[in-house]
Design a binder for this molecule. Structure first.
Ligand code: GCB
Ligand code: CA
Length: 907
């Protein structure tokens, strides 16, 4: 509806005449276009200034210090991803010159913001218009009294994303990008109109208190404002149109509005026989067309269109979820609102794309976490048939005071009112893992008081939601500390309990996941349950054939999801599950394989699909599919392990067919049965190009997927003339493969030296120690590199690295980063206790000799360069005899280390 009005005023006239023409020929009923309401975006020609300014000084946007920008905009897309810890959280200003023609003088004008993080103060021509707190909900301000018509108006918006203990969220595992990061609109309405100051709701509330296949009862409440100084007689017409635009029911009501009546609620009820039901496989939408006319002269005052989906639903503790009387396993993802290099400043089309991505995967459920998102998200859910929950951003903890409570309740009201009419929406949620980061020990006296305050706040929010909207469910998503939530009483407040579970990731084993599900089912037999989060960090640059917790490899993520998915599907009482997350997202404080990013997306920051997306698609898709896993892995490498010249490595294929045949360079490698939507083939990769084709037979013919892999085969005998040595890249202390997509290189895992071959001598792999066991590599952000994984593993106590290479001119690159340091890092609360245990830092000094020559003496990584920094040194080496290359590490103090090595032969 809005978009049809987003034209410029000039175009307006043309479109009006065009519209009149179309109207004459229209076969279905439409109303004539009128000037009652005009909504148009004003995203262009803004100026931005980071820091404080004084409003008194006349603003000249041509001044240096003001930067021309367009909205959506954030000021943190760069500084939240650089190597400097932290990002700017403070005040910034946006300015714009607004020209509003005289013709709007008889109307009322509102400024509508879809999202500003997190406190906005709006000024027009030096007048303070209003303030909005909270970064994720919409807000409108009436600017009518401050406008100079047909003149330049100066619009200024002060925005701050500074930490504020009174505004949720207090802390969270995502970056709090500051800015006006969603659309800004100007809205002109006539003096009688649907309320525009009702917490930015549409002014219309549609509900379906009772629905069956035979009959639906539809209630429509219209909130009408009379901003004129006269009593007005109005005619309110409500029409319900079907999908094709045919009116199925309509009603007209006359009403009198007293002078300057701020708001009057008009109620209308309809019965619709044999309604077409809304469901994921048939998201049938009716439209509610509401029109306001001046009863005295017939002038159209305002009109709106809202979606109407007719459905009923129920959560049960024993048998899960039912939509329109039928069992439906809710399955899908969570979503964060960010994108590669853009932070949270996304144009609408990017939000739309994400919801399509979920639908394309076969998902029918979206948890909009941890905050309300752009209105396009729920619009798309309505249109595509994706059920949804949305929540206010109370995360990790609360502040126990009146102001925090008021802000939380205000956000709740905004969330409910703004999203009320979306048929896709079935759950209002609040308080994500609110007992994760309590400021006091929970068993202390103060801790108990805190718990009581959390409960009180939860009860208030719960009550508020139920008052505002008795037709939907409520939910609180908790972290996996069962007793903590149950004993506090928090699990008895909402209608559905959500669990964010990471067994086999932050700690424990995969099987602990289903144990947890069973425990809930036994101990809370009356409480419906959703798995609101589960997942593992995956960076598609990393692979392994020995998956381990916290190795960030594609293969470990695949294992975890396959296990969880099965456990979820096997249990009807698990009403639904949402993967954490649809996409990777920014979380500034994180290290890991790609610093500043949470890698649990089943697509990347740029929405590239990871294997897990394909796994779900294979399971959920009704259409036949066959797809290669590890599809990003275009450059593989490995050591010759099959005669005469190949290296056998597994290749994963996803499919919902019974079996799949694999061809390698045109030769069939046989047919495998698909179990749990997956199979693995052992492929003898040859040096160079390898063409793979997976073929599955379906009733309607064969389907196939292709993949081409460039394989870098490394000899075990480096002097073999049939496989001339050219280069080799090795990660020390690691079982992982790392593909550098920028340089088109592959790094392979280390191996021990054997005569005639290559490898390390001595030492052991570095393991980061955590409370829940050792991890295969460091999680630190390694500074001065994009290749963090190369430096996050290490061989400690290495004595030698030997290569029995032939004569020639070589370049050796030795790579180091000191992983044991006393640099202070913020503990990642969401690590759920899986925090690194600080190791004692000991001085480490060593010498390096290449073929007997000292190339480094008294190398002290921490003292010379600083810990946690990437150091990469190239050494030119000439080999003129039969002895190859021998790199020796000589301890002076502590144990020598090496993180990675590259050996390149010039000639
Ligand atoms: C959680 C949080 C979420 C985190 C996630 C993780 O439990 O709810 O905000 O991003 O875990 O990846 O650790
Ligand atoms: Ca938008």
């Amino acid at each position: 509806m809005r978009s049809t009005r987003n034209f410029s005023i000039l175009k307006h006239v043309k479109i009006l005449s065009l519209f009149a023409l179309v109207w004459c020929f229209a076969t279905v009923a439409v109303w004539a276009q009128n000037d009652s309401r005009l909504t148009r975006s004003i995203n262009e020609s803004w100026y931005f200034h980071k820091g404080e300014i004084s409003l008194e000084s006349k603003m000249d946007f041509n001044d240096t210090g003001w930067q021309p920008i367009a909205i959506p905009h954030t000021w943190n897309n760069v500084d939240a991803t650089d190597d400097e810890p932290g990002y700017y959280r403070g005040e910034a200003w946006y300015g714009k010159t607004l020209f509003i023609p005289e013709q709007f003088a008889k109307q009322h004008t509102f400024l509508c913001f879809e999202g500003v993080n997190q406190v906005a103060d709006v000024f027009l021509n030096g007048n303070w218009v209003g303030q909005h707190k909270g970064g994720y909900t919409r807000f409108n301000f009436d600017i009518t009294p401050y406008i100079s018509y047909s003149a330049k108006n100066q619009l200024m918006v002060k925005v701050s994303n500074a930490h504020d203990k009174h505004i949720p969220p207090l802390s969270a595992d995502f970056t709090f990008f500051g800015g006006i990061y969603r659309d800004v609109y100007l809205l002109h309405v006539s003096d009688v109109h649907f309320a525009c100051d009702d917490n930015a709701s549409s002014g219309i509330y549609i509900s379906t208190p009772s629905v069956s296949k035979e009959l639906a009862e539809i209630n429509i409440k219209s909130l009408i404002s009379n901003q004129s100084s006269k009593q007005r007689h109005i005619k309110l017409e409500n029409r319900i149109l079907d999908h094709n635009g045919k009116i199925v029911v309509s009603k007209v009501k006359q009403q009198t509005l007293t002078k300057e009546e701020t708001k009057q609620l008009v109620f209308e009820s309809f019965n619709l026989e044999s309604p077409e039901l809304w469901a994921p496989d048939n998201p049938y939408l009716y439209r509610v067309h509401t029109k306001l006319e001046d009863a005295d002269n017939g002038a159209v005052l305002d009109e709106l269109i809202q979606p109407l989906g007719i459905r009923w639903f129920e959560f049960t503790a024993d048998s899960g979820f039912f939509l329109n009387g039928q069992y439906l396993k809710l399955i899908g993802t969570n979503r964060h609102q960010d994108y590669l290099q853009k932070g949270n400043a996304l144009v609408d089309e990017m939000h739309i794309r994400d919801i399509r991505l979920l639908k394309e995967m076969g998902g029918n459920f979206l948890r909009i976490a941890h905050y309300p998102q752009d209105e396009k998200v729920l619009e798309m859910c309505d249109k595509l048939g994706i059920l949804a929950s949305v929540e206010i951003p109370i995360v990790n903890a609360i502040t126990e005071d009146h102001e925090f409570t008021e802000n939380a309740l205000q956000m709740t009201e905004e969330m409910v009112k703004q999203n009320f009419n979306h048929p896709a929406l079935i759950i209002w949620a609040y308080m994500n893992e609110v007992l994760l980061r309590p400021p006091f020990k929970l068993d202390s006296k103060r801790g108990k008081e805190y718990l009581q305050n959390v409960i009180k706040l939860a009860e208030k929010i719960e009550q508020k939601i139920r008052d505002e909207d008795p037709s939907r469910y409520t939910m609180i998503p908790n972290h996996g500390a069962f007793e903590r939530y149950v004993n506090s009483g928090l699990t008895s407040i909402p209608m559905v309990v959500g669990w964010n579970l990471y067994q086999g990731w932050y700690g424990g084993r995969f099987q602990d996941f289903e144990k947890y599900l069973e425990k809930h089912h036994q101990q809370l037999p009356d409480v419906p349950m959703i798995i609101t989060e589960y997942g593992a960090d995956v960076n598609p640059r990393l692979h392994t054939f020995h998956p381990e917790r916290f190795d960030y490899t594609v293969e470990y993520g695949n294992m975890l999801h396959a296990h969880y998915l099965q456990a979820i599907m096997d249990r009807a009482y698990v009403a639904g599950a949402t993967i954490w997350n649809l996409n990777d997202f920014y979380s500034e404080a994180r290290g890991y394989a790609l610093p500043h990013v949470n890698l649990k997306g089943i697509t990347g920051l740029n929405r590239e699909k990871k294997d897990t997306w394909w796994l779900y698609k294979a399971l959920l898709s009704e259409k036949p599919i066959v797809a290669f896993g590890q599809k990003h892995w275009k450059i593989r490498g490995g050591v010759l392990n099959k005669k005469p010249y190949s290296c056998v490595q597994p290749v994963e294929v996803y499919s919902n067919a019974k079996e799949v045949e694999l061809f390698h360079n045109g030769t069939s490698l046989g047919t495998n049965k698909i179990t749990n939507y997956k199979t693995t083939f052992d492929v003898p990769f040859e040096n160079g190009e390898n063409k793979l084709e997976a073929v599955a037979q379906t009733v309607s013919g064969s389907i196939r997927d292709m993949n081409t892999v460039d394989f870098r085969l490394i000899g075990s005998n480096l002097k073999d003339l049939k496989l001339p040595f050219s280069e080799m890249n090795v990660m020390l202390g690691s079982k992982r493969y790392y593909e550098n997509m920028k340089t088109a290189q592959v790094w392979i895992p280390e191996k021990e030296y054997t005569e005639g071959s290559w490898g390390y001598i001595g030492g052991q792999p570095y393991k980061a120690k955590t409370r829940f066991g050792a991890l295969p590599c460091s999680e630190l952000n390694i500074l001065n590199t994009d290749d963090d994984p190369l430096y996050q593993n290490q061989r400690v106590g290495i004595k030698e690295f030997k290569l029995d290479v032939p004569e020639g001119k070589y370049e050796l690159t030795l790579m180091w980063a000191e992983l044991v340091s006393d640099v202070e890092h913020e503990k990642l609360a969401y690590n759920l206790g899986n925090d690194k245990i600080n190791e004692e830092t000991k001085e480490r000094i060593f010498n390096v000799l290449i073929n007997g020559k000292y190339v480094e003496r008294n190398l002290n990584l921490t003292a010379d360069y600083g810990a946690e920094k990437a150091i990469s040194k190239k050494y030119k080496v000439v080999v003129t005899d039969n002895n190859g290359i021998d790199i020796r590490f000589e301890a002076v103090k502590g144990e020598p280390v090496l993180n990675a090595i590259r050996v390149y032969r010039s000639f």
